[in-house]
Structure formats: structure tokens, C-alpha cells
Design a protein around this ligand. Structure first.
Ligand code: AMP
Ligand code: ZN
Length: 145
């Protein structure tokens, strides 16, 4: 697939994130526009950890300036809500590009990870708190506007 506007509506039926973007698979959506959607990660590193994805399937989107352009509005909007509604004092933006980098879902996505003063620093980036997953409904309500 090339990265041109003519492919804007292209989706892959078996792709997990294409299914979320099209509404065929449920997710805790927190933001969307005509080019991208954002939803809560089901295995958060920190409370409110979210993903921003283009609506169209971009398997190798990190290589494309256009892909970054399509998610840019979501990245800033979601980060702003994390600061305003969740009390985040910092944000990590992270995109795993390629299996060697840890990518598991091959539809371009950017992790937006809110950071709090009680767990600061890069060494705590991937800390896992199982209790956070039970909080998804409250988080989705907090971040939805
Ligand atoms: P990556 O390793 O960069 O490909 O990240 C994929 C992310 O997708 C992981 O952080 C997963 O926890 C997350 N994930 C997988 N399935 C779902 C889902 N159904 N809803 C929300 N997040 C998901
Ligand atoms: Zn896809």
C-alpha cells in the first residue's frame, strides 16, 4: 500500500486496530476526527495510557510524514486532556516501529502515556499496575471531552 490520500479509507479486515477504528471491535474511545481515533490501552503502563491511530490501515506508517500528520491533532488533544482531567504532569509519546522495536500490532499507532509525579522518570515508563485496567470506564468518561 502506498501512502497517498487515495488510500485514506483503506482498511484491513483482519487488523485489530482497523476493527477498532471502524467500530467493529469495542474500545474505550476518547477522541476522534476524520483521520484518526484515540482509545485507552487495555494494558496500561500508567493510568490513562492511550493509543492514537490513523483510521486507515498504515502497516508501516512510522516511515511516512503523512501518517504522523494524521495523528498529530489526536496526540496533542489527548495529552492536554490527560493534564487537565487526570492530573498528569508529563507525557511520553512513543511509537514502536517494527518487531525489533517491540511492535505487536502492525497498524501505525502512537502511545500517549500520562506521567505522574509519584512515578517519575524513564526507568518507570513501563511500570504495570493491574488495578488500572479496572478503571477504564471512569477514565474514558474523564477523557472523552
Ligand atoms: P505495540 O507493542 O506498540 O504494537 O502496542 C500495541 C498496544 O496495543 C499494546 O500496548 C496493547 O496493550 C494494546 N492493545 C492490544 N489490543 C488492544 C485492544 N483491544 N484495545 C486497546 N489496546 C489494545
Ligand atoms: Zn489496520
Amino acid at each position: 500500500m502506498t501512502d497517498s490520500p487515495s488510500n485514506r479509507d483503506a482498511t484491513e479486515p483482519d487488523c485489530l486496530f482497523c476493527q477498532i477504528a471502524s467500530g467493529r471491535l469495542p474500545a474505550k474511545l476518547i477522541w476522534s476526527d476524520d483521520q484518526a481515533v484515540a482509545f485507552l490501552d487495555i494494558n496500561p503502563w500508567h493510568r490513562g495510557h492511550s493509543l492514537v491511530i490513523p483510521r486507515r490501515h498504515l502497516g508501516d506508517g512510522a516511515a511516512s510524514p503523512q501518517a504522523w500528520h494524521e495523528v498529530a491533532a489526536g496526540l496533542t488533544a489527548v495529552a492536554e486532556r490527560m493534564k487537565n482531567h487526570l492530573g498528569a504532569s508529563g507525557i511520553n509519546y512513543l511509537s514502536n516501529a517494527g518487531a525489533a522495536a517491540g511492535q505487536e500490532v502492525f497498524h501505525f499507532h502512537v502511545h500517549v502515556i500520562p506521567r505522574y509525579d509519584d512515578q517519575p522518570g524513564m526507568a518507570r515508563l513501563m511500570s504495570r499496575d493491574p488495578a488500572a485496567a479496572q478503571d477504564l470506564d471512569a477514565l474514558a468518561a474523564s477523557l472523552a471531552d
